[in-house]
Ligand binder design. Structure first.
Ligand SMILES: *[C@@H]1O[C@H](CO)[C@@H](O)[C@H](O)[C@H]1NC(C)=O
Ligand SMILES: *[C@@H]1O[C@H](CO)[C@@H](O)[C@H](O)[C@H]1NC(C)=O
Ligand SMILES: *[C@@H]1O[C@H](CO)[C@@H](O)[C@H](O)[C@H]1NC(C)=O
Length: 445
């Protein structure tokens, strides 16, 4: 407004009100007024023009009356003064992180949308949503600057970047907390000497090529289906000594095990296991994973032929793949014994915010984000080991996750063992696969 200070106050005042009310241009104030009316020498009270609901004057006395009320173009048109400089541009912008954005421009800052909003007469500010993001640089940096203390390091995963924590909890996990009666299922009792268990074990080394591969569940809360299908697949391979090496279809569970289950919004493990026990699964090739709640296309009754699946070539199997009832495995050494003798187990864990950023090391949830939202996830424990650290011997589980092979240690993570870290030892399940014993002689290995 400074450049207008030479104008008569009335007009200046009107201008001010106008700019406050709306940022329309100033052009309607530029006339022509005196140019249209003609200049009137001396004092001529009727030499006026309407302007903004009142009158302005083009006579020589407009500057002398108590309320100066000359028309805006009086000075240029009647007195030959130079025209005022162009009014300041009404275009506002926001300066944000060293860059200027025009009004109403939207940008995305990690998982939040920011918009350059007008905040008042002459001001605009970048306003951002305040969601917690799945990857928060503050968490990643805190973890990485203190590896000695936490024992693991964190990474910025580009597939998680830009997503809300809320979305991660809902769509990257997907295991409903076991109902109380299931939680109270008695663990199976095993007789063994805990000291006979090896210090390190990896299912991949004991059963090379037979174990399930790392999968990526995508943005679908399907860990309940993926881990159930994977543990069942592992056990088919182990119990059949590799003859029935099969990848069972997690999509089959996701699409068809609907009773009390929520597909991509999560499911119960006990219900998944009882579905495989009663109905059985087809293999991945027959019903491939799509990370959606697509319609079920496998009939409840009938065999692999009814379901339009290709039959395996080396065993005489026509029935769907079924398992015996799942059982619960009690404590640390029981879990080790179970994996050693029967193969990977399914575990449920509580997922804290910082877990999404895990890159390598022995995970233990940090106090940094403990008050953020958490969720339940199921994973597949495939082995264990121990590692010397400055704090002494650290025992860990080796666990398969379902966030793709580029996450963590090639899709796996290690987590503290023996202290029920993230409740991972609370609800561990195993099962017996019902393998097909009749071999097809032509293909027998
Ligand atoms: C307005 O009138 C006063 C005398 O009343 C004069 O001194 C002043 O210069 C005039 N303003 C302009 C911009 O001509
Ligand atoms: C994280 O990764 C994304 C995508 O690769 C990138 O745009 C973002 O700037 C990264 N964030 C940090 C803090 O490095
Ligand atoms: C685990 O439970 C078994 C019984 O199933 C028991 O013999 C063993 O001592 C327990 N181990 C630990 C570490 O509590």
């Amino acid at each position: 407004m400074a450049s207008f200070s030479w104008l008569c106050p009335l007009v200046a005042l009107t201008l001010l009100t106008l700019t406050t009310a709306q940022f329309s241009d100033y052009s309607d104030l530029r006339g022509p007024y005196c140019q249209r009316r003609g200049c009137c020498p001396g004092r001529q009270d009727d030499c006026s023009e309407p302007i903004l609901g009142t009158l302005c004057y083009c006579d020589d006395f407009c500057n002398r009356t108590r309320n100066e009320d000359c028309c805006p173009d009086f000075w240029t048109h009647c007195k030959g003064l130079p025209p005022p400089p162009e009014p300041p541009s009404p275009i506002l912008g926001c300066t944000y992180e060293g860059r200027v954005y025009p009004l109403n421009k939207q940008i995305k800052k990690n998982c939040n949308v920011c918009k350059c909003e007008k905040m008042g007469q002459n001001q605009a500010d970048m306003l951002c949503e305040q969601h917690q993001c799945l990857i928060e640089p503050s968490i990643t940096e805190a973890i990485n600057s203190n590896y000695a203390n936490y024992g693991w390091s964190a990474s910025n995963y580009s597939k998680f970047w830009g997503h809300k924590l809320e979305e991660g909890i809902k769509l990257r996990l997907g295991t409903l907390q076991p109902q109380r009666f299931v939680m109270h299922m008695n663990p199976v009792r095993r007789i063994y000497d805990p000291n006979s268990l090896p210090r390190e074990f990896d299912s991949e080394f004991k059963w090379p090529g037979w174990m399930s591969e790392i999968q990526d569940q995508g943005w679908c809360g399907s860990s309940w289906a993926i881990t159930t299908a994977a543990v069942a697949s592992d056990r088919f391979a182990i119990l059949s000594k590799g003859r029935e090496k099969v990848t069972l279809s997690a999509q089959h569970l996701l699409s068809c095990d609907r009773r009390g289950q929520q597909s991509c919004n999560g499911g119960y493990l006990d219900r998944a296991w009882s579905y495989i026990r009663k109905i059985g699964l087809v293999d991945e090739q027959c019903f491939p994973y799509s990370a959606t709640n697509e319609k079920c296309r496998i009939p409840r009754r009938g065999d692999l032929v009814t379901a339009n699946c290709q039959l395996p070539t080396n065993v005489d199997r026509r029935s769907k793949y079924k398992v015996a009832p799942a059982y619960r495995v009690g404590n640390e050494t029981d879990i080790m014994y179970e994996i050693l003798h029967s193969g990977p187990v399914q575990a449920t864990m509580k997922v804290y915010h910082d877990f999404f950023t895990y890159k390598r090391g022995i995970y233990r949830h940090s106090p940094i984000s403990t008050n953020d939202r958490t969720g339940y996830h199921s994973v597949r424990i495939v082995g264990w080991g121990e590692e010397y650290s400055p704090e002494g011997l650290k025992k860990y589980w080796k666990v398969a996750n379902s966030w793709g092979p580029e996450w963590g240690e090639n899709g796996y993570f290690r987590i503290l063992r023996g202290s029920n870290e993230c409740e991972i030892e609370s609800f561990v399940l195993g099962t017996w696969a019902e393998v097909e014993n009749k071999l097809l002689l032509r293909n027998e290995i």
